[in-house]
Write a protein that binds this ligand. Structure first.
Ligand code: MN
Length: 264
């Protein structure tokens, strides 16, 4: 079944991510949905998802897409996701992918090849994106893994077929602009990771305080808060009762206030 791998990795009693109906095949070819989800998990990465045959084909791009054709970005092919996942933005409180997901870009895509399945099997998919941030012609090209497979002196790279490169073709939409730096926010909510966390954490935290959710969730949520604050360089501003307790840090020794001469 197309979504078995996706479901096997997740505990839907904990995670608000969609379970996903069975693969939903469009009756007729039409413009297909695509999105890029910026995902602050154990590491920051960008998940490129392309609708195809009722699921979202998915690649995790550690450094995110680049508009510079010379700047090929590693894209690790991961399990298919349900169509409705493409609109998901929020907190994954624990378990697989724990962290915060942001809808960083979305729109439609079209293959620049006749047969998408054949292109995937071949490891060379040319496509056109029409999102808010990413547009024009791109390629996804399968590589032979980290070592690149070239050069006899190199140890043979483990070729599990999951390593691809995401490459921008030269066109009106390519250039030197660092798009992940230039446009870091959500196209769904307009916010950054901390805004998403701030909006969702209180409700989340309350429902889990009411006895739902596994043990250890406090620690997991606290870790997420720390990670997001560090990433965005600001602190969350919600009532203290609405955030999980955090590990106690050593406070700096308080300095005794110096008394000015002449005062009591
Ligand atoms: Mn991810």
């Amino acid at each position: 079944m197309p979504l078995d791998k996706y479901r096997a990795k997740r505990d839907f009693t904990v995670s608000p991510e969609p379970v996903g109906a069975e693969a939903r095949r469009a009756a007729r070819p039409r413009k297909r949905f695509f999105c890029v989800q910026k995902h602050l998990a154990s590491r920051l990465h960008y998940d490129l998802r392309l609708e195809h045959d009722g699921v979202l084909l998915s690649w995790a791009v550690p450094r995110g897409p680049s508009l510079d054709p010379a700047d090929k970005r590693l894209a690790v092919h991961v399990e298919d996701h349900p169509i409705e996942y493409g609109e998901f933005e929020g907190i994954i409180p624990d378990g697989y992918g724990a962290g915060v997901v942001m809808v960083w870009d979305r729109g439609t895509w079209e293959p620049e090849v006749d047969d998408v399945d054949a292109a995937l099997a071949r490891g060379d998919l040319k496509l056109r994106l029409d999102g808010y941030k990413l547009k024009g012609s791109w390629a996804l090209v399968r590589t032979r893994g980290w070592g690149g497979g070239r050069g006899a002196s190199r140890a043979p790279a483990k070729d599990d077929g999951r390593s691809w490169l995401l490459i921008k073709h030269r066109d009106d939409w390519s250039g030197a602009l660092d798009i992940t730096e230039f446009a870091p926010m959500s196209v769904k909510s307009g916010g950054d990771f901390l805004d998403i966390l701030t909006a969702e954490l209180p409700a989340f935290w309350r429902s889990h305080r009411e006895g739902r959710g596994p043990a250890g969730l406090d620690a997991s949520l606290a870790q997420i808060v720390e990670k997001v604050e560090k990433h965005e360089g600001r602190s969350i501003e919600v009532p203290a009762t609405a955030v999980p307790s955090r590990p106690v840090r050593k406070a700096k020794p308080a300095r005794a206030p110096r008394r000015k001469p002449g005062t009591r």
